[in-house]
Design a protein. Structure first.
Lengths: 194, 194
């Protein structure tokens, strides 16, 4: 970890940062139970454990005042009608935001509060998305053959709560219908307990 | 101010966000005492109060957990040998970072701690710069005829302390020498009081 100011480049076509501390790879097997079509999931998994998305992180102290940041790359593909997507998470410190700048691609961010309010925003090259405090978020690549590449930044003390989404899912899914992304209700969604 | 997730576009060539809350314009007259060559400053000012840089801000609650963000555009130009630049500031809450993504242009970020440590990092299209907590920062456009355009993000509670830099200046200046930017000592710098 660097203690002084530092910079790095994010260059196309690959968008891999010229400097980073962690490279996280999420395969299909890491996403068990997350996709809507369980049969399609098993079928694709048996054909090979595909790489769904990657995250390049820069390390910073995980405290207030610092900004954790990096690049996420969601590859194109589908499990049944459902596009490749990230696990999705709340922040452990719920009252922390996250901000995204889309470097390349076309996607959707599916978001949800602990109270069950939901929102979906389009992700487009050159677009900024603000995820306010309290909103869980999952990014989805809706392009047929291009990576979705985003620069992200969030408060150092935020932390990741993956468990809540693993258990309850998101209220909305984005499925490919006649070749176009459509927002539909998640039949497996478990409403938050009151 | 929006309470739900929101997004906006930053498109070239202008890079003006498709949505914003504040548009701040800094003219030469706002920068009194900040440029090294006082005679050149007066001369340019008398010929007209030029626009040096602009900031487009998105409003968020100024509290921990939120991320303030926007776009800064430093126009090209010089006052004597010194390039157009921003006022530069510490954060009022010193222990807060800032992160920049350069959308276009060529520049330098001049940085300094309250103890007088200094650093200068190049700003290039497609580059990310991390300004750790405690470091004052000023962006400088070293290109002869192109805007320096950056996306910035920092913690909601950071605040701006312009006064310290107005009084003491930065330890280092970036001057144009034989057409190239050079880092030189600031003869007017006042070391911080122990």
């Amino acid at each position: 970890m660097k203690t002084e100011p530092f910079s790095f480049m994010i260059n196309s076509p690959g968008f891999i940062p010229s400097y980073f501390d962690n490279h996280i790879k999420r395969h299909l097997s890491d996403m068990k139970g997350q996709f809507n079509n369980k049969e399609a999931f098993q079928e694709v998994l048996e054909a090979g454990d595909k790489l769904l998305y990657e995250v390049y992180e820069l390390k910073r102290p995980e405290i207030e005042g610092e900004i954790l940041h990096g690049i996420s790359i969601v590859h194109p593909g589908k499990i049944g009608e459902e596009y490749y997507m990230t696990k999705g998470h709340f922040h452990t410190v719920l009252e922390t935001a996250e901000i995204y700048y889309t470097l390349q691609g076309e996607g959707m961010m599916v978001m949800e509060t602990p109270e069950g309010d939901w929102a979906v925003e389009e992700l487009k090259t050159g677009g900024v998305l603000y995820v306010p405090p309290r909103w869980a978020h999952r990014s989805i690549n809706v392009h047929s053959d291009q990576d979705l590449v985003m620069f992200f930044a969030y408060p150092g003390n935020a932390g990741h709560d993956y468990g809540t989404i693993e258990t309850q899912g998101f209220r909305k899914l984005v499925l490919s219908k006649s070749g176009k992304p459509q927002i539909v209700d998640n039949p497996h969604w478990k409403p938050p307990e009151k």
